[in-house]
Design a protein around this ligand. Structure first.
Ligand code: MGD
Ligand code: MGD
Ligand code: MO
Length: 763
């Protein structure tokens, strides 16, 4: 019997309702929405108890996003979507061995991602044997012995791959990378490869550190804040508070985005109701509705405008930078007509924004996936670096770079070693700390992992969190790749499609989440994480674990390492008995982690060193910040083609679908929608809710997805938008960013045709 199910999520057969697009974020609707989410999933007592400990000094770090916490916290330091993330984790553990006995893999695959998530938490370890149609229960010991045997019987450690998603704590991630490298490979792809890899690469090579350079307080001293390719109202709601406070202190906000995202139009902090502050705050003072991929041209225009105004910090440029002349020569030679046609903006709009920047005493640039997931993701961020460096807006109060991270500990995971291409400096320190030598050859990132799977070069695929099948590009290709693997292992909290599309054999190892109490031999433990601004701090769960059989991630990694390598090099389980011991090893093996146990116990933790921010110094080979020169990217498409971006709705966390609504964008009940410019629709003779098929084009190949319902929207002509992960099947595997190899999830060249049926079926 073919046990494999469908790799693409089936649509939820609920009718599509379109309402007015919102122009204001948060407020009562947000409080109500998060409370309802909590109540329906956790019940009233647990809801209040849990939400009161989110992001408190002695509570747990919100698993929602990586936005930092303010020093002075309010009693409810969370946002609507953080509350949803918490409620989603605090569900009952209904996915038991009996559940798997009842449901075959194939029948589960017929359910949508939304339905799969509704089943609740995974309760105990299960195994899918070769050719079997159902998972069976398995004891923890047997599970580790199966993985260890598989890992030890491959012909080379490079035939095993170890993925990480960004919720993993510093302790688990550190132990995991130590194990993987001790085992003998750097095959450590992570979600960052699909996320801020472009930011890391561009900042590392220009300012000498692959991270942002501001602290939360800088928002209160900024004059101009640019928010580029980011939808904070949905994805980082607590950032709106920082923006609101910045506005109160006199800052101006420039919003650069093809869409008029609601969160940036007006914002009302839910707590303001209680304080009697009844008006909402207008956030963005200017919206530049750039065309998808038009940011590079816009940056050139803004740089030209700085020159026109003579807004140049000559002393800073002379003393601290290199490459200025070549960058300027290139910008000067770029014509306004190219800038205007590529960006989709008028020269007046660009010069207006440029004048604000020229007069700004302190500028912050924030960005997220709208810049990173492009062919020129690295280059376009470097253009932004050029723009800010011209005026010396780095290492100055109220100024600097702010790549807004996604997963709550994605930045920490990278700091402690989750990286397929570690630097010699990192490995050197790690070798000294661990006391043995480590592999130097770089490993596979996400895209190269899929390619290796397709070519039959992967025997074991181990995932510490995440949903590799649905998060990666080219869903069908990834599914084919995964099915080629001998053994796939998922350490997870919730059921997802990666549990259904597997290697020949598969294991699910269920773990504790951030919200739960973690007890080891020495007693109750806490974990540590790093936020988007380089602050490392504690996180301690307060809820009883959803099921007795769950284990913590450090414990799972420790047992895996012990079963595979024995305890000679490192006594893994001795470390796991008391996480302080893991942290002691971290302080010996990582730069900036000296006296880790002591410093992380400070109320707010501690800030990792950040030379550009701390002292305007740049750890580049020459010790100078680098201006870089890039030609304008080719953003032309054929007459009948459109450019599609894939993005998040308001009711999802990456591949976890909480609900079927995208409240701010007015889309309800249905996710298989395609946002399209109304004039473009008229031109094709199409109406709202018309069903269309999408074909993506790349290097002569096509990919196809049927039956998307059109939604007329305020989006530039020629541009389209659809939700991730449904649209991932259209993202070509090898359409990736230069240098960072990040899939171009925001640049998919498509054609559209009328769907023959108006039904919701697909494939
Ligand atoms: N509730 C919730 N919170 C989350 C997540 C979630 O799924 N749900 N995911 C987390 C993760 S891992 C991440 S990485 C972040 C993601 O946070 P975002 O980056 O805000 O997420 P996206 O939905 O991908 O939105 C990208 C934005 O970029 C814009 N955009 C697309 N193309 C372009 C372009 O060419 N130029 C410009 N200027 N803009 C463009 C889109 O219109 C959209 O507003 O959020 C994190 N927080
Ligand atoms: N087309 C398109 N594709 C994209 C993107 C896009 O914008 N467009 N965005 C990309 C981005 S920015 C990212 S970050 C990736 C996300 O890629 P991933 O991180 O791989 O995906 P998630 O959906 O966040 O993973 C969800 C699963 O993680 C597990 N999980 C949740 N909490 C925990 C925990 O505490 N521990 C463990 N072990 N498991 C846990 C649950 O089982 C859940 O089903 O997707 C990328 N893919
Ligand atoms: Mo992300």
């Amino acid at each position: 019997m073919r046990r494999e199910g469908r790799a693409r999520t089936p649509p939820d057969n609920a009718p599509l309702k379109l309402k007015k697009v919102k122009t204001k974020a948060a407020g009562f609707a947000a409080i109500a929405s998060s409370t309802v989410h909590g109540l329906t999933k956790m019940g009233p007592v647990k809801t209040v108890k849990t939400l009161r400990t989110v992001n408190q000094l002695d509570g747990f770090d919100c698993p929602g996003c990586a936005w930092p916490d303010p020093e002075h916290r309010t009693a409810f330091e969370f946002c609507e979507n953080g509350a949803k993330a918490v409620a989603n984790e605090a569900m009952k553990a209904n996915v038991t061995p009996e559940f798997f006995q009842k449901h075959s893999i194939q029948s589960l695959a017929e359910m949508s991602d939304y339905q799969l998530n509704q089943f609740g938490r995974l309760a105990s370890p299960v195994m899918l044997e070769k050719g079997a149609s159902h998972y069976r229960p398995i004891a923890w010991d047997e599970a580790f012995s199966i993985v260890a045997t598989a890992l030890n019987s491959t012909s080379s450690p490079d035939r095993s791959v170890f993925y990480t998603s960004g919720r993993t704590s510093n302790e688990a991630a550190f132990l995991y990378q130590a194990f993987v490298r001790a085992y003998g490979t750097n095959n450590l792809p992570d979600c960052s490869n699909m996320c801020h890899e472009s930011s890391g690469r561009s900042l590392e090579s220009t300012i000498g550190i692959g991270k942002g350079t501001i602290k939360l307080d800088d928002f209160n001293h900024a004059d101009v804040i640019m928010v580029i390719g980011q939808n904070p109202g949905t994805n980082h709601p607590r950032m709106l508070t920082a923006l609101r406070n910045a506005k109160d202190a006199g800052a101006r906000i420039i919003h650069i985005n093809p869409l008029p995202e609601a969160g940036l139009a007006r914002f009302k902090h839910p707590q303001d109701y209680m304080k009697g502050r009844l008006k909402s705050t207008k956030l963005a003072d200017m919206h530049l509705a750039v065309r998808i991929g038009g940011d590079a041209a816009l940056m050139k225009g803004l740089i030209k405008t700085q020159l026109k105004h003579g807004a140049i910090d000559k002393t800073f440029i002379d003393q601290k930078t290199e490459g200025y002349q070549s960058m300027i020569a290139n910008a000067t030679a770029t014509s306004w007509s190219d800038i205007v046609s590529d960006s989709g903006l008028t020269r007046e709009q660009i010069e207006h924004a440029g004048a604000w920047l020229a007069n700004s005493t302190a500028t912050i640039a924030c960005w997220a996936m709208g810049l990173t997931q492009h062919r020129n993701g690295v280059a376009v961020i470097q253009e932004l670096v050029n723009l800010l460096l011209m005026n010396g807006h780095v290492g100055r109060k109220g100024a600097g770079f702010c790549p807004v991270r996604g997963h709550s500990n994605v930045q920490g995971d990278r700091t402690v070693g989750i990286w397929e291409s570690p630097t010699p400096k990192f490995l050197d320190k790690m070798e000294r700390g661990l006391g043995f030598s480590l592999p130097k050859e770089h490993g596979y990132d996400v895209v190269n992992t899929i390619q290796a799977m397709l070519e039959g070069r992967v025997d074991v695929f181990f995932c510490l969190g995440g949903n590799f099948l649905s998060a990666t590009p080219d869903t069908d290709a990834t599914a084919t790749g995964l099915r080629n693997v001998g053994l796939t292992v998922q350490v997870s909290t919730k059921l997802n499609r990666s549990h259904l599309i597997t290697g020949h054999r598969a294991l699910i190892l269920p773990c504790l989440g951030r919200t739960e109490i973690d007890v080891q031999k020495s007693g109750e433990q806490f974990l540590t994480v790093e936020n988007s601004m380089g602050q490392v701090h504690r996180s301690r769960g307060g809820l009883k674990s959803a099921s007795q059989a769950l284990r913590s991630e450090p414990w799972i990694v420790g047992r895996l390492a012990e079963a595979t390598l024995g305890s000679d090099k490192i006594n893994w389980m001795h470390l796991v008995e008391d996480y302080d011991r893991i942290r002691t090893l971290m302080s010996q093996s990582l730069d900036g982690f000296e006296h880790y146990n002591q410093r992380v116990r400070e109320p707010h933790g501690f800030a990792l060193p950040n030379p550009p921010r701390d002292s305007q110094s740049f750890n580049t080979p020459t010790g100078k910040a680098q201006f870089t020169t890039h030609p304008l990217p080719d953003v032309s498409v054929a007459e009948d083609q459109y450019v599609l971006m894939t993005l998040r709705s308001h009711d999802q966390y990456n591949t976890t679908i909480y609900g079927l609504h995208d409240r701010y964008r007015g889309v309800h009940g249905h996710r298989r929608v395609l946002f399209m410019n109304a004039n473009d629709m008229v031109q094709r003779g199409w109406k709202s809710r018309q069903s269309v098929n999408i074909t993506s084009h790349f290097n002569g190949e096509t990919r196809h997805a049927e039956n998307w319902l059109l939604v007329p929207y305020e989006i530039p002509s020629g541009n389209l938008a659809a939700y991730f992960p449904e649209a991932n099947t259209l993202v070509p595997l090898h359409s990736t960013a230069d240098v960072s190899n990040t899939p171009t999830s925001k640049w998919i060249v498509c054609t559209l045709s009328t769907a023959e049926t108006t039904g919701l079926e697909e494939e």
